[in-house]
Design a protein around this ligand. Structure first.
Ligand code: APR
Length: 254
C-alpha cells in the first residue's frame, strides 16, 4: 500500500466514524502486541511453548490442572508488568465521543482496555484477572498476584480455574447477546488486531453487515496485514494499531 493509499484509508475511516451514530469495536491480540503481550498464532503453532490442547481446553484442564495454572500464572505475571499503549487510549477517546452508543467487544483476556479507561467493554473470552470456582461457580476479581498451581475458593474450598473461555467451550450467553446486539446496531464496526479466524467472535463482522437494518455497517479493518476479515472490510488501515488508531482519531477531531 502506497503512502497516498494509506493516508486515504485513514481519512476514510475518520469520515465514516464522523457520520456514525453508533460504533462497535472488535479487538484481538494485535491491539495489545505493542504493549508486549504476545499474539496467539505464532508460526511454530505453540503457545509460549505449549500445545493449545494442553493448556486451553477443558480436556487439558481435566488432564493436568497444575500445568494449566502454571501456564496462566505466567500469563498473569506478564500482564501485571505491561501497560496499555496508544491504540488502547485512542479507543478510550473514541468512547468519550460516542458515550453510551459505543461498545468495545474484545477477545483479549489481558484487561488492558479497562486499565486504559474504556468503560463499556465486553470481554467475550473472559479475563486473566478473574477466577471461577469449579464447585460453587463463584467468579472473583483477583489482583494479578501469584495464585500458585492449585488455588482454592475462599468460600467453599473448591478448586479454582481461570475465568477464560477455552477452545471447545461456549461463550457467556448474556455477554455474547450484548455483543451481537452491538454489532447489529452499529453504523461502523472497527475491527482491530484480530486474525478473525476464531468463531463466534469473527461472526460479529457479517452480523454488522446484515441487511436487517436499512444501511449495513461500514467495516474498518485495522491490522498489520490483510486477514480473514479483509473480504468484508470497506476499508483497511494497515500498520501497527498503536500508531494508526491515534492517527484516525486525529483526523476525526480535525
Ligand atoms: N497492530 C495491529 N494488528 C496487529 C499488531 C499490531 N501492532 N500485531 C499483530 N497484529 C495482528 C496480526 O496481524 C493478527 O491478524 O493481530 C492479529 C492477531 O491474531 P491472533 O494471534 O490470531 O489473535 P486473535 O485474533 O485475538 O485470536 C482470537 O483465538 O487463541 C484464541 O481465544 C484466543 O482470543 C483469542 C482468539
Amino acid at each position: 500500500m502506497s503512502d497516498t493509499e494509506h493516508e486515504a484509508a485513514l481519512q476514510q475511516a475518520a469520515d465514516w466514524l464522523r457520520l456514525a451514530e453508533r460504533v462497535c469495536v472488535l479487538t484481538g491480540a494485535g491491539v495489545s502486541a505493542e504493549s508486549g503481550v504476545p499474539t496467539f498464532r505464532a508460526s511454530d503453532g505453540l503457545w509460549e511453548g505449549h500445545r493449545i490442547e494442553e493448556v486451553a481446553t477443558p480436556e487439558g484442564w481435566a488432564r493436568n490442572p497444575k500445568l494449566v495454572w502454571q501456564f496462566y500464572g505466567a500469563r498473569r505475571a506478564n500482564v501485571a508488568l505491561v501497560k496499555p499503549n496508544p491504540g488502547h487510549f485512542a479507543l478510550v477517546e473514541l468512547e468519550r465521543r460516542f458515550g453510551d452508543k459505543f461498545t468495545l467487544v474484545t477477545q483479549n483476556v489481558d484487561g488492558l482496555h479497562s486499565v486504559a479507561g474504556s468503560k463499556n467493554v465486553l470481554e467475550i473470552h473472559g479475563s486473566l484477572r478473574h477466577t471461577r470456582c469449579t464447585v460453587c461457580g463463584a467468579v472473583a476479581n483477583r489482583a494479578l498476584e501469584p495464585l500458585g498451581d492449585a488455588p482454592e475458593c475462599p468460600q467453599c474450598r473448591g478448586l479454582l480455574r481461570p475465568h477464560i473461555v477455552w477452545f471447545g467451550e461456549g461463550l457467556d450467553d448474556d455477554i455474547w447477546m450484548a455483543a451481537m446486539e452491538a454489532a447489529d446496531a452499529c453504523d461502523v464496526l472497527l475491527v482491530v488486531g484480530t486474525s478473525a479466524v476464531v468463531h463466534p467472535a469473527a461472526s460479529l463482522i457479517p452480523i454488522s453487515k446484515r441487511r436487517s437494518k436499512e444501511v449495513p455497517a461500514k467495516v474498518i479493518e485495522v491490522n498489520l496485514t490483510r486477514t480473514e476479515a479483509s473480504a468484508h472490510a470497506d476499508v483497511g488501515v494497515y500498520g501497527p494499531s498503536g500508531e494508526t488508531l491515534p492517527k484516525v482519531l486525529e483526523r476525526l477531531n480535525a
